[in-house]
Design a protein around this ligand. Structure first.
Ligand code: SAM
Length: 325
């Protein structure tokens, strides 16, 4: 089992399959950086390379893989990528994080390829506000895709970043929605990155404030499973859905870290906010999963105890689309 010097075990791999995104979320890629770039120029890991990488991680005890980005559904070969991950028998959970823009036309094929969990980013349930935040008028399509995911029986979560000047006032609408909708709605605390410093200063909402409000309304915390991320989950008898809180500025957030990240070009990132990624492409391209696993074992020794977000250090992370949130 892959374990670092602080005794943390890593069951969970977050694999970026592209750093290009078609959305222009105001807290992430307000200028739509990357939209015009070609996937070929970016040279992301190919299907056989992903298969080698996942074999290596599976041999080290990884049980869950999430494909993220950029926007993973921009990859034309997403279905073969999903199948390549599924080919490793030890991977028990296969998840994706998506903005959902292609969901209605794609979700059935992803499901057939073995996808069992989907996280859909929906920062507002109001069409105009959704467009304002993301730059796209696609709330209706995204919600249609979400309904289909539920019909297919997939574990379905929704990611929303609460922003003081935009959607914070919608908190009650979000809660009303999950009274009847059986999804886990995860509020992600806005993180400061290299590119969004001024935006962060005017829009950050402390996760602890949201938690105080939930507890006051009768929400109770659920016990964590071992491959769960650092999100804390809450349930309420009157609601079909649940709430997740991801509070990277909270106490002990990094102590429960159970994930490693690999960039679209095959670099190992020991933390979302690390100063650098470690090159693994040559070994990945050679198809040698045993050598790759040995390399990862050595690199894990360098994982730091925690990020330094509180001190304002955001490492090499200019925005989360570079590596996946
Ligand atoms: N394109 C996909 C999507 O929209 O879900 C996957 C990549 S996106 C970077 C993953 C998640 O990171 C999204 O839920 C997004 O809202 C979140 N995110 C991006 N920048 C963030 C920031 N600065 N702070 C907190 N969450 C952020």
């Amino acid at each position: 089992m892959l374990q670092d010097r602080f005794g943390r075990r890593f069951y969970y791999l977050r694999l970026s399959v592209t750093d290009i995104c078609n959305y222009r979320c105001n807290y992430c890629l307000p200028e739509g950086i990357g939209c015009g770039r070609s996937l070929m120029g970016e040279n992301p890991l190919s299907v056989p390379e992903v298969a080698t990488l996942v074999r290596a991680f599976a041999s080290l005890g990884t049980e869950k893989v999430r494909l993220t980005g950029g926007e993973p559904s921009l990859r034309k070969d997403l279905v073969p990528l999903l199948e390549a991950v599924r080919a490793s028998e030890r991977i028990r959970r296969l998840a994706i994080t998506t903005n959902g823009y292609r969901l209605p036309s794609q979700i059935d094929a992803w499901h057939r390829a073995g996808l069992d969990q989907i996280n859909i980013s929906i920062d507002s349930l109001d069409p105009a506000q959704f467009r304002h935040i993301t730059g796209h008028n696609r709330l209706g399509t995204t919600l249609q895709g979400l309904e289909r995911a539920l019909t297919l029986g997939m574990t379905t979560k929704v990611n929303a970043v609460l922003l003081r000047q935009y959607n914070l006032a919608e908190l009650d609408n979000f809660l009303a929605w999950i009274r009847e909708t059986p999804v886990t709605l995860r509020f992600i605390e806005l993180m400061r990155t290299g590119d969004n410093r001024a935006f962060f200063a005017s829009n950050h909402v402390a996760g602890s404030d949201i938690e105080t409000l939930l507890l006051r309304e009768g929400w109770e915390q659920v016990i964590r499973s071992r491959d769960a991320g650092p999100a804390r989950e809450y349930f309420h008898a009157d609601y079909a859905g649940r709430i997740g809180l991801i509070t990277p500025y909270g106490k002990d957030f990094c102590a429960s870290c159970n994930r490693l990240r690999v960039s679209a070009q095959g670099k190992l990132h020991l933390c979302l906010f690390a100063d650098q990624g470690f090159e693994m492409r040559e070994t990945i391209a050679a198809g040698d999963s045993e050598a790759l696993a040995a390399h990862i074992r050595v690199l894990i020794g360098g994982k730091a105890a925690g990020h330094q977000l509180h001190e304002g250090f955001t490492g090499a992370t200019r925005n989360l689309a570079m590596l996946g949130g």
